[in-house]
Design a protein around this ligand. Structure first.
Ligand SMILES: Cc1cc2nc3c(=O)[nH]c(=O)nc-3n(C[C@H](O)[C@H](O)[C@H](O)COP(=O)(O)OP(=O)(O)OC[C@H]3O[C@@H](n4cnc5c(N)ncnc54)[C@H](O)[C@@H]3O)c2cc1C
Length: 325
């Protein structure tokens, strides 16, 4: 029995989530007392593999092929299918990236399995791996187990684990050769998507006031803007606010927005979905204002105010102004 962790690179750089997934793999392998392997596919896999040997893994599999130099679902599925059939891991973990979402369900289907996607934690129960997924925007946690026969395929949500760090190990690299046929790769990759330059850099902000759907409508934004102004803070938001066009996309914090680590982060009317938390839980101090005492944001908050933001925020602004005058 073993655990294989698929690490992802994009345009020659590691996906940060690869090492978070590696940490998840190390944890479950340790609980099961089985080896953990890293697997890397690409056109430069062997060079990339040598960067992983210092992590606490039992082996690094390098799956190098010129047809893997650019990602295609057909190429990656065929390569990992051959690798999994040969190495026979019981558990295969992926970072829950856009690329993985594209090919991993198809790969799992090749083995007659489903992908247990977007896992936020995992553990061993009665000798079997149990994967936790969030439902209804984080309101429910579902424990998922797979059938008795391996392999089990699961993808790990961004920010669910702290990224693994090198541990001074010296794992061996095993080159795994795959046989790929260019004629069976049906898509032709185009240029990589490049994000446009951001004019707001929240990553350097010391104070952030962030607003969520609790603000109810765009016309109410001045309530939080006043707080940001009084504190000298940058204004940020959860995704629904930016999706609605109430604030520009570049002010979105979270897995598909910016990652911030200010001295203080005020989360106002934000429930605390995992996709938001991954972008801000590195803040030194988190202050949450929410009328629902069970909102998940309070689990990461240093200071929590259970109350109506339309009452709490103006009162806070008044006190700040008094303190400053
Ligand atoms: C692939 C993917 C990527 C995503 N990326 C991101 C991302 O980058 N960033 C992000 O933020 N989300 C992201 N999301 C969305 C995420 O799952 C949540 O839906 C989102 O974070 C919820 O935003 P919210 O907390 O503002 O809204 P809600 O979850 O609706 O929460 C609103 C909160 O306001 C509170 N509230 C309501 N009225 C008041 C009041 N008067 N006073 C005080 N509190 C009040 C409620 O109790 C509630 O907790 C992503 C989702 C997916 C699937």
């Amino acid at each position: 029995m073993s655990v294989a962790v698929v690490l992802e690179r994009r345009a020659g750089s590691w996906s940060r989530m690869s090492f978070e997934t590696l940490a998840a793999g190390q944890k479950i392998a340790q609980e099961l007392s089985v080896p953990v392997y890293a697997a890397i596919a690409g056109g430069d896999a062997s060079a990339a593999s040598s960067e992983v040997t210092s992590y606490a893994v039992d082996k690094v599999y390098s799956i190098e092929h010129q047809l893997l130099a650019q990602y295609t679902a057909d190429g990656f599925t065929a390569a990992f299918e051959q690798f999994i059939k040969s190495a026979s891991p019981e558990i295969v973990l992926f970072p829950h990236t856009y690329q993985v979402r594209d090919f991993a369900p198809k790969l799992a289907a090749r083995f007659g399995k489903a992908l247990i996607s977007d896992v936020v934690s995992l553990r061993v129960d009665n000798g079997r791996p149990v994967f936790t997924r969030q439902l209804f925007q984080g309101k429910l946690n579902a424990d998922v187990t797979a059938g008795n026969e391996g392999p089990v395929f699961a993808s790990v949500q961004a920010g669910a684990f702290r990224g693994a760090e090198p541990s001074g190990g010296s794992a061996v690299i095993e080159n795994f050769s795959v046989s790929l046929d260019a004629a069976r790769i049906r898509s032709r990759p185009g240029d990589l998507f490049r994000e446009s330059q951001r004019s707001v850099d929240l990553s350097n902000a010391e104070l952030i006031v962030s607003v969520g759907r609790g603000i109810k409508e765009k016309e109410n934004l001045p309530v939080v803007e006043e707080l940001a102004q009084a504190l000298g803070a940058e204004l940020a938001a959860s995704r629904p606010i930016c999706d609605n066009g109430w604030l520009p996309m570049e002010r979105q914090v979270g897995s598909s927005g910016q990652t911030v680590s200010p001295k203080a982060y005020f989360a106002i009317g934000i429930s605390g979905a995992i996709q938001h938390l991954v972008g801000m839980k590195g803040a030194k101090t988190i202050v949450a204002i929410n009328k629902d005492e069970n909102a998940p944001i309070f689990e990461v908050a240093d200071y929590g105010i259970v109350g109506d933001l339309f009452e709490v925020v103006p009162a806070l602004v008044e006190e700040i102004k008094k303190a400053k005058s």
